[in-house]
Each structure stands twice: as structure tokens, then as C-alpha cells.
Design a protein around this ligand. Structure first.
Ligand SMILES: C[S@@+](CC[C@H](N)C(=O)[O-])C[C@H]1O[C@@H](n2cnc3c(N)ncnc32)[C@H](O)[C@@H]1O
Length: 220
């Protein structure tokens, strides 16, 4: 019997996500996102819910699926983003990617208030979340039909751009927001080494919404 790769803990879907290294285009997209995030890093950095990839500059990561720590070389702790095991004002930046949709909607404000608590005044939260939309529905539908995607654990659905901004704005001043995406996202699950050559084309075709990128600053 194959080992479980996901579970529900206090309503949150914790999992061992897709192994990014097996998908050359996806790995390049993650590096592109790391570069965008780097423009917003300052001080000690925490990445919450890092999955199989943590920003190379993160000082520590926190994950709900403890064995994900083995996939990264940065220091990592097991825990819940709704109750962070860190002191107040311990960080200059908190990063979180593609995970708010794994937490029940009513618990999401707690994640933002915990991030605000562990950030020093002027510290930043950097979030990247999947954006629901026709293109995502179509490509995922096709991928499931073709058997290219396994079981879908996204039971709570993705947050709209407005949902993400609104959540961040509860605790932070929103200092940057943009959407990222490309019609070539569908190639990102390919395992062929050739797919990495699509990265430049991916970068030049950022007109299909796939992710929402938001940066908030904790008021001084
Ligand atoms: C879709 S994966 C994204 C992983 C990674 N951030 C990325 O972008 O590839 C969602 C991750 O959130 C983690 N997660 C979900 N709820 C969590 C919680 N309450 N606290 C900590 N981690 C959580 C899961 O274990 C999983 O690794």
C-alpha cells in the first residue's frame, strides 16, 4: 500500500506536495518567484508552509507536514501557521506561498494576525496564492481527465485576488500587488528536460491569471 501524502489537521490540509525538482519548467518558475520575493526581503526571514521548496534566503521554515523538512536544506520546524511557535517581532519578513487555500476560510485571518505578531514594525509579509479562474478550471479539468494530476486536495477552493488583498489589508498596509501567470502553465507539470526551455516564453506571456502576489507592510 502506498504511503499517505496528505492529511487533514484541525481542518487544514497538510501534505507532501509535488516534487518541484522533477518538473524542469516548474523549478524555473519557482526560481523566478524566489527572485521576485527577494526584492521584498529584509531581516530574519520565516517561510510558512514551504512544502518542498523554501526560499534560499529564508532563515527558518514552518510546515504542517513534518517530513517536508527533509526536502529543503534550510532549518525547518513542524507547526501550524495558525499558531506560530516564535516570539513577537522575531522576523523582518514572513513569506507564504500557495497555502491559504489549504486552511478553512474562518481560520485565515488568524494566519495573518500571527504573521503580524511575529513581524517587527515595518516588517513585511509576502504572499503568493493561486487565483481561481476559467483558465485554471479548464487546464486542471483537462489534466485530471488525462490522468496527469492525482487526487485534488483543494477542497476549500482558491482565494480570489480581492480575498487575498482583503485578508492582508486587515493587518498590513498593502505595498505591492500583481497577478502572475501564463498560458504555458499547463507545461509546468511536464517532466521532460525540454520543458525548461519554455521558461523565457513563460516569462514573456504573463497575461493569464494563475497567481496573486501581494506584499504587506506592518505599520510602524
Ligand atoms: C500547495 S502546498 C504549497 C507548498 C509550497 N509553499 C509551494 O508553494 O510549493 C500547501 C502546503 O501548506 C502546508 N500547510 C497547510 N496548512 C498548514 C498549516 N495550517 N500550517 C502549516 N503548514 C500548512 C501543507 O502541508 C503544504 O505543504
Amino acid at each position: 500500500m502506498s504511503e499517505a501524502t496528505w492529511d487533514v489537521q484541525d481542518g487544514a490540509i497538510v501534505e507532501q506536495p509535488r516534487e518541484i525538482r522533477r518538473h524542469p519548467l516548474l523549478a524555473r518558475i519557482y526560481r523566478h518567484h524566489d527572485a521576485l520575493i527577494s526584492e521584498n526581503l529584509s531581516g530574519r526571514t520565516l517561510e510558512i508552509a514551504f512544502g518542498q521548496h523554501m526560499h534560499p534566503a529564508a532563515d527558518v521554515g514552518l510546515e504542517g507536514w513534518p517530513s517536508n523538512a527533509q526536502c529543503v536544506s534550510n532549518p525547518a520546524v513542524a507547526g501550524d501557521a495558525r499558531s506560530l511557535p516564535f516570539e513577537d517581532a522575531a522576523f523582518g519578513t514572513v513569506v507564504g506561498r500557495r497555502f491559504l487555500h489549504h486552511v478553512p476560510p474562518e481560520d485565515r485571518p488568524r494566519i495573518l494576525s500571527e504573521a503580524a505578531r511575529v513581524l517587527e514594525p515595518g516588517g513585511r509579509i509576502v504572499l503568493l496564492e493561486g487565483t481561481p479562474g476559467l483558465y485554471r478550471r479548464l487546464t486542471k479539468g483537462v489534466a485530471f481527465r488525462l490522468g496527469l494530476l492525482e487526487e485534488d486536495t483543494d477542497i476549500y477552493g482558491h482565494l480570489s485576488e480581492a480575498d487575498v488583498y482583503e485578508l492582508v489589508a486587515r493587518e498590513f498596509d498593502v505595498v505591492a500587488k500583481r497577478t502572475l501567470g501564463s498560458p504555458l502553465m499547463v507545461a509546468s507539470i511536464a517532466e521532460s528536460d525540454l520543458s525548461k526551455h519554455l521558461h523565457e516564453a513563460y516569462r514573456r506571456t504573463q497575461f493569464v491569471k494563475w497567481w496573486t502576489f501581494v506584499v504587506g507592510e506592518k505599520p510602524a
